[in-house]
Design a protein around this ligand. Structure first.
Ligand SMILES: *Cc1c(COP(=O)(O)O)cnc(C)c1O
Length: 380
């Protein structure tokens, strides 16, 4: 931990990531309006997709969110240290032998196979108390979860079921971002059948994209991740979620060119001249993926340079990227200024698309070298 003033660290930073906690809360509230009657949890695995699990979960808890999901036991323990009250589910369930750690930290495992079910029931029997758990069933994703036969065997075993005390039945969509995919309807039907076989237990099928499928996919609890962080839930041209991130990269160098010139490694891109270029302190080592600059003709990428659109030119290198700032007034952008490489002219989905990936990967790769600032947080 550093005792130096924040402003000094900010002055030294190459690129600054601003995370708008108020926008995350606004996104969570907008989801509540989409699924009236259902609980809206929050998925904060992978350090809240790289944005900081503790500050994100604290802001959401202050707004009324009562249930969180992480992937790993360690993530759950870290979150429990900051948030004593809410329910925290751990998606991967216990590694063999770690059941007691879950109980000690008050974490609820998602039980994904018969071995995890057996281990958790054994813990409950040994302590003489039922220990609550979520049960995951496989409805067509073929990744985690009990098969229908395994589930039926468990439901028939009332002693084990009582020891487990399931508090949530869950499953996960494979193709919810494509509402016309036949697997989506099939998974809803399968999950409805599972849920009828375990009456009285709250059921949860939808993550971000599923929430936008309407009432048939709602069930009792939804588990959004990416849409809280401003990602587009499907491929629709307009994104219903509020943007959460701005990334401002420091201008290291400005140069005027008087004729067409290639820029960067491999000389892959020729900028028309005369013009002006700004080289900024962000690169693939920061998670500004190299692929973002690899397909300039199909996927031009822009930054916001004092309100002016500036095009990414040439390859992204480890620590630097170059933008064409010819449309900005001469002298208006100088070294030490910043331009927004994620922001008004480049959403996380735009950048992911340019790199041939998804916003999830872009966010979770944002690196530790970025200086992080939180806005509009609520202290609880
Ligand atoms: C990651 C994950 C989520 C959240 O997914 P998003 O698409 O980001 O909303 C929900 N449920 C499970 C089981 C997950 O693994």
């Amino acid at each position: 931990m550093s005792l130096e003033p924040v402003s000094a660290a900010l002055a030294r930073a190459g690129a600054v990531l601003t995370i708008d906690l108020g926008a995350i809360v606004a996104n969570w509230i907008s989801l509540k309006h989409r699924v009236p009657g259902a609980e809206v949890a929050a998925v904060v695995k992978a350090d809240a997709y790289g944005l900081g699990a503790v500050p994100v979960a604290q802001a959401l808890a202050a707004a009324g969110c009562k249930t969180f999901f992480v992937a790993h036991l360690d993530e759950g323990m870290q979150l429990r240290g900051a948030l004593p009250q809410p329910r925290i589910f751990v998606l991967h369930g216990p590694n063999p032998g770690t059941e007691a750690d879950f109980a000690a930290a008050g974490l609820i495992p998602v039980l994904n196979d018969v071995e995890q079910v057996r281990g958790w029931a054994a813990l409950a029997r040994a302590s003489g108390l039922p220990h609550s758990a979520a049960l995951q069933v496989d409805t067509g994703m073929t990744r985690l979860g009990l098969s229908r036969a395994e589930f039926d065997a468990l439901v028939a075993d009332s002693e084990s079921l009582a020891a487990l005390a399931p508090t949530l039945l869950m499953s996960h969509f494979a193709c919810a971002d494509d509402s016309s995919h036949p697997l989506t309807a099939m998974q809803i039907d399968n999950f409805t059948a599972f849920s009828r076989a375990l009456p009285g237990i709250p059921a949860s099928l939808s993550a971000s994209s599923g929430i936008f499928l309407g009432a048939k996919a709602k069930f009792d609890l939804v588990r959004p991740g990416i849409v809280l962080y401003g990602g587009n839930p499907n491929d629709a041209p307009s994104n219903p979620m509020a943007p959460v991130l701005t990334c401002s990269a420091r201008v290291v160098h400005v140069q005027d060119i008087d004729r067409p010139q290639t820029v960067g490694y491999g000389a892959t891109y020729t900028v028309p001249g005369p013009g002006r270029l700004a080289t900024v302190a962000i690169g693939y080592a920061d998670g500004f993926l190299r692929g973002i600059g690899e397909r300039p003709d199909g996927f031009p990428v822009f930054a916001d340079a004092n309100g002016v659109k500036a095009r990414l030119v040439g390859r992204i290198s480890m620590d630097l990227a170059t933008y064409d700032i010819s449309d900005t007034p001469k002298g208006s952008i100088v070294p030490g200024d910043t331009i927004d490489v994620i922001g008004k002219y480049a959403s996380i989905d735009d950048l992911a698309k340019a790199a041939g990936t998804i916003s999830y990967e872009l966010l979770t790769r944002l690196g530790p070298r970025l200086h992080r600032i939180y806005r509009n947080g609520t202290v609880i």
